[in-house]
Design a protein around this ligand. Sequence first.
Ligand SMILES: [Fe+2]
Length: 318
Amino acid sequence: MMRDITTGHIMADWKPEYAAGWGREQLMMRHNLHRSELFTNEALAKLLEAVERQDYHVNTRSSGADGPKRRREGEFGGLSGMELIDAVQKGDIWINLRAPQKANSAYGDLLEDIFREFEMRVPGLKTYRHIMTILISSPNVYVPYHADVPGQMLWQIRGKKRVWVYPAEPPYLPQPAIEKLILGELHETDMPYSEALDNGANVYDLEPGYMLYWPLNLPHRVENMDCLNVSITTEHYTNDIRTSYAVHYANGMLRKAGFSNLKHQEGGPVALAKTGLAAAVKFSGLHRKAEKPYMIDFKVDPSAPSSVSDITPYEVRK
Ligand SMILES: [Fe+2]
């Protein structure tokens, strides 16, 4: 049943040039989501208490004594939602809610409203496979240099963060890297980065009520300012994005075939590419790589340094 919504309430000062540059230009646009009742501390606390274990990640790079700054996985450890927010506020952690609509369908409704509004505003736009992730992160937390496979937007709700966006071409993004990314053989946070690349970046300071939409696959990295951050990422596909995916997929398969099967007949790589293309077009390759089991080795604890309290490690399977 159709809900009775007023389309056009999400973007705050839409301009015709946004439609003209859609998908081709970096767009920093204004929105109203930071005023939504879905993102108050009370609402987020309720959400944090409702999410299932498989639908959240809490991470840190903090480690006791002089341990390495590796990324660690944690658990909420029985804290209330408000205690969790307090722990993020004074800690060195980030919480990632990957399916908020499973705990509260209002988030799913909002996600559909967002893309319905874009489709209304951008002639010919048709999007699908929408995903919303809510990020609640500590002051100064950073997201390393990486690129994403789907169409990506970053919406700022609370706090302030700086975003570097780089061109999707060598040396920022070597062609094999994007192919590996799409083949699921490159970790998204595992692209070569050096400070020299920053000379080619556009830098944005995102404040509440601003969002960024950059063209497909553009590498980026993010640093929180010295404050609690609440942000949303949305993902989407279009036919153009799907086609780009299929071409990279096929090229990646060809490249692999070329490296590993040089003596095979010419038909081999072509056939492989066709297989890859077909698989991509059918989206069979589009689902995220099956997540490996991972180790939980800390619990969130607002009384511990960085809000990180070591626990006996255990494995979580998806
Ligand atoms: Fe990203």
